[in-house]
Write a protein that binds this ligand. Sequence first.
Ligand code: DSN
Length: 420
Amino acid sequence: MHQPAIPSLTAADPEVAGLVEGEARRQFEKVRLIASENYVSQAVLEATGSVLTNKYSEGYPGKRYYEGQQFVDPVEVLAVDRAKALFGVDHANVQPYSGSPANLAVYLALANPGDTVMGMALPAGGHLTHGWSVSATGKWFNPVRYGVRRDTGRVDLDEVRDLAREERPKLIFCGGTAIPRTIDFAGFAEIAREVDAVLVADIAHIAGLVAGGAHPSPVGHAQVISTTTHKTLRGPRGAMLMSDAEFAKRLDKAVFPGLQGGPHNHTTAAIAVALGEAATPAFGDYAHAVVANARALAEALVERGFDLVSGGTDNHLVLIDLTSKAIAGKPAARALDAAGIELNYNTVPFDPRKPFDPSGIRLGTAAITTRGLGVEQMPKLAEWIDRAVRAGAEDDAVEIGAVAGEIRELLAGYPMPGWA
Ligand code: DSN
């Protein structure tokens, strides 16, 4: 049963309630390896489902365009103060609706249409909003892109420096969505300083690892930091912008009124709760356990003959190149899902296949670590992945069903917030 229980929803709209219950059960029964997902705490769920959703609050605390902010203002102040304390930044804005709008606000604040901006190419592990062609950021700005080296699968800062010297971008984005290795914020900062660019660190994937001390912090290197709140940070779906004091006003104005209307106050409250949780020693243990699990899983996958981009991982994320296997990323992801292992198909660097049918799969350990799985389970998980991928290639529904059954049996012993 979904927790908190949903009796009113069940009575008023059984159709929606049934779907919510179904999703809760699905999340309970699957090994959730989507690298950008997690399980939020019961407290975060409750804040997200609170009456704060009823309130309009355009503006910022103390400067709103609507009355009745006696409780919403302190909620937002709390979230901002907790973000500043947790990450050690001068300024935080907790209003962006999600990661893409947060990044758009950075462009609006610090660049003009047509300006040159630099980011990691999407197929190399970057994000759409770092100037990829199909994104507004690729259409309205002049994007230049760095990638990774073919031989190492890692960013080559010499290449980044050469490109930056040649193109003189106004903004340089580091970070992305499929980067299994530590981001060298200091190295990027040196390049940005040399070409007089603003360095923007998009830490959406690794924010929880940074907060928990399991990945170096961009603070002191990147003048602007963008993050979602729902990945390794384990909060509600939302985003934050953090920055040096110098950029605070411009970023705030870009978020509101530049791009958005009223903030989602229920989300702001849940972000405050998640940031409170992330400041505890237990969260530091969690962040380190996420990385330990990813490393153990990567090692076990390599032992089973999987090719990993960059050969392994330093963070929560593993990118598998299936080129040497008899199956592409998309059918493999489908077979794995049927076997109880949820992940996404993904391009790999220099992928000869199309993004909608690429060569790779991406996985991450943030959610399974929240669930309580540890390094001792990772060899078994690698075995299940191996069996499901083989079964997918051979169209072996019996084997896929067998793996799904074994996974359900294991997960029955690992509770999840949101389901009882
Ligand atoms: N969709 C997110 C991810 O899965 O990484 C990035 O926007």
